[in-house]
Design a protein around this ligand. Structure first.
Ligand SMILES: Nc1ncnc2c1ncn2[C@@H]1O[C@H](COP(=O)(O)OP(=O)(O)OP(=O)(O)O)[C@@H](O)[C@H]1O
Ligand SMILES: [Mg+2]
Length: 323
């Protein structure tokens, strides 16, 4: 497997792409850039004399924290996901796949332009109604696809996520130094970790997350997977995709809207906009769990909030989990 990254000399990338038939006649790489923030994989913007495209490569570990193992075939999941969801409306909102190389775990896709992901929502604390509608519409369209029988079960990625969503955040001695994130957060977290009613729901939904369902999920439907470029809106990074239950994606989305705005009505709004069958109570429970794990777990967000604001969100999350 040829490892490529931002440090790889242009001649080597040129040689790799040319020898695998990924370049056009007389196409020369002029520059290689980092298109945006990411932790898991190598993502490069390749600028040539003819065009610009994105190269994404997975590794048997997390690119940013290389001591942490991660399933290599996540890039195959991403490729399969994009191939599966292609359809008239959704095509405008996902990158076209230009090539996929199974041997080197490389996906080459259309450059969607120099937009930003939507994590700025945590700062702006508000979302445009039309954008929200589009995001729910895209999710509905994704979920409406039949899951191909050979779609990867993506179990190793789910097991990784399961630990970080449903297990570690709720363990009393998980080794996370929450006070290093924000003073007072450790003490605030205790009552939620100790709550046996919460733990029981979390355990149950965690099991559901690990079992097979019938809906094609994006698997990571949050602002980091939404790109805005001018008027355009794109959904990227489906490496956690699998065949599961719709309320998982919906709940995650609801959680991030509530964390951004502190407005619990997003549960109803998103549930009502969704074109498909979903159990609102289950969506609410997933959302509550996602809010909690983002506040007291390891996978923290750029969410600048006071301890009081976090307490408000955690209480809301408790109510949503126990609804
Ligand atoms: N097709 C594309 N066109 C333009 N920019 C892109 C494209 N794909 C990715 N990017 C940019 O690169 C960033 C990282 O991509 P992506 O989220 O797919 O990587 P990742 O390694 O899986 O990240 P994470 O660790 O957050 O899961 C995106 O946030 C975006 O800014
Ligand atoms: Mg990713």
């Amino acid at each position: 497997m040829k490892y490529l990254d931002i440090q790889t000399p242009i001649v080597e990338v040129q040689e790799y792409l040319a020898s695998n038939g990924h370049l056009r006649t007389n196409e020369q790489i002029l520059a290689i850039e980092k298109p945006g923030e990411g932790n898991m994989n190598v993502v490069l913007r390749i600028k040539t004399n003819k065009r610009s495209f994105i190269l994404k490569q997975s590794r048997p570990f997390v690119q940013k924290y290389q001591q942490i193992e991660a399933p290599l075939n996540r890039i195959a999941v991403e490729n399969q996901f994009y191939k599966t969801v292609q359809g008239d409306v959704l095509n405008e909102h996902i990158p076209t796949i230009l090539a996929y190389d199974d041997t080197d775990h490389v996906l080459i896709m259309k450059d969607l332009g120099e937009g930003d992901d939507m994590t700025s929502l945590y700062k702006s604390r508000a979302i445009d109604t039309e954008i929200l509608k589009k995001l729910v519409q895209c999710l509905s369209l994704i979920h409406q696809n039949d899951v191909p029988s050979d779609f990867p079960d993506n179990l190793k990625m789910r097991q990784l996520n399961h630990q970080h969503i449903f297990v570690l955040p709720f363990e009393a001695q998980n080794g996370f130094e929450l006070d290093d994130i924000q003073k007072g957060l450790q003490e605030l977290s205790i009552s939620y970790k100790k709550d046996t009613a919460i733990r029981s729901v979390v355990g149950e939904i965690g099991k559901k997350y690990l079992s097979h369902g019938s809906t094609l999920l994006h698997g990571d439907y949050y602002p980091g997977s939404w790109l805005q470029e001018g008027e355009n809106l794109y959904i990227i990074d489906p490496e956690f995709g699998f065949s599961g239950f719709a309320e998982f994606d919906l709940g995650v989305m609801v959680a991030h809207m509530i964390m951004s705005t502190a407005d619990e009505n997003y549960l109803n709004t998103i549930h009502n906009l969704y074109e498909g069958t979903a159990d609102k109570k289950l969506t609410s429970q997933v959302a509550g769990i996602e809010i909690m794990r983002r506040l007291i777990g390891l996978a923290q967000l750029p969410l600048e909030r006071t301890i009081r604001e976090k307490q408000y969100l955690l209480e809301l999350a408790r109510k949503m989990i126990l609804s």
